[in-house]
Design a protein around this ligand. Structure first.
Ligand code: ACO
Length: 306
């Protein structure tokens, strides 16, 4: 992130992962205009940061986010259309336009509360891992608005229509286990496993060819709204486009490592990226070792007898 100190967002980088923390835990990470401006700039910078390979969106203090800040985002801007517009633009840009089309894989790590407007970034990230006791709530109906910005749309695009209607119209809270069942998150795990599960997923993503992964996530998202002819065309062009600037020369490398070197099986794992540590040669299983030792002693004994 830029050298400028941020008030509402914290970034930590480790091992290729940039952890982006909404950082207003005393307000349950409710999203103020300032937080939106900082998130927008943070994601802009990280998208081309060479040290960042995966971005994780999380909330400090054990809370993903209590949604829009009802005081600072809504009430304080009621008579300030210019301020409201600027905040809304930044809010929508980072929570949707940036994240949905992001050039790097993104993961939402969800715990504590995930309410209202926070569903935008939940649905925009590529993957989501939640603590099983997270409280999810589309609370808008409970205080007098509909799930605005794009929340109604992205929620009904992400999960089953009856469930979307139910939770939007009832505003009833649900937990991480239900969120996994209906498709809001990929995994619900016990809270103590949340960080490790997120890192495990990030590491799996980092083992893939970045160019192929980028094209794949863009493709899967874009074809949803295309018809079959458009999809054929788009996917063929996108497939060709991977080759431009692919530092791994993925297609040729993958085929060579499988067909010629017999180094891996694509059904189970990705080809080894340049500079990736080579897997150590498998040690002999203890049982096999024992059998080999037995054979050796038997051989010696027979030789002595002779
Ligand atoms: N906007 C503004 N302030 C908030 C918000 C919010 N969305 N959520 C929490 N806060 C503030 C509280 O006002 C309180 O501030 P204070 O210490 O100055 O009084 C502080 O955060 C802590 O909140 P508590 O309610 O005391 O914390 P608790 O853990 O008991 O409850 C909970 C948390 C369940 C999230 C509750 O605060 C709540 O229901 N908040 C509203 C959530 C919501 O409906 N968000 C809007 C969604 S709709 C949209 O985003 C468009």
């Amino acid at each position: 992130m830029a050298a400028k100190k941020m008030k509402c967002v914290k970034v930590e980088k480790k091992g290729g992962i940039a952890w982006v923390w909404l950082n207003r835990p005393e307000k349950r990470n409710a999203m103020s205009p300032q937080l939106h401006f900082e998130m927008d700039e943070t994601l802009r910078v990280l998208e081309t940061d060479p040290k960042t390979r995966v971005v994780v969106i999380a909330g400090a203090g054990g809370y993903f986010s209590a949604g829009q800040d009802l005081k600072e985002f809504f009430r304080a801007n009621e008579k300030n259309p210019a301020g409201r517009k600027a905040a809304a633009e930044a809010a929508n840009r980072w929570r949707w336009e940036r994240l949905y089309k992001y050039d790097k894989p993104t993961i939402a790590m969800v715990e504590g509360y995930c309410v209202g407007g926070a569903f935008m970034q939940l649905c925009a990230t590529d993957f989501a891992v939640a603590a099983d006791d997270t409280v999810f709530s589309l609370s808008e109906v409970n205080w007098g608005i509909l799930p605005g910005a794009l929340v109604s749309k992205v929620v009904s695009d992400t999960i089953m229509p009856r469930k979307a209607l139910y939770y939007c119209c009832l505003g009833e809270p649900f937990d991480g286990v239900e969120a996994e069942k209906i498709g809001f998150v990929n995994f619900a795990v016990p809270k103590e496993d949340l960080v490790n599960k997120t890192i495990e997923l990030a590491q799996k993503l980092m083992a893939k060819s970045p160019a192929v992964l980028r094209a794949t996530k863009h493709a899967v998202r874009q074809v949803r709204t295309m018809d079959f002819d458009q999809s054929y065309d788009y996917l063929a062009a996108k497939g060709q486009a991977i080759k431009v600037g692919d530092t791994e020369d993925s297609y040729n490398t993958g085929l060579t490592q499988f067909l010629d070197k017999k180094a891996y099986k694509p059904t189970f794992e990705p080809f080894a990226l340049k500079g990736a540590k080579k897997p150590k040669a498998k040690k002999k299983a203890p049982a096999k070792k024992k059998a080999a030792a037995k054979k050796k002693t038997a051989k010696k004994k027979t030789a002595k007898k002779k």
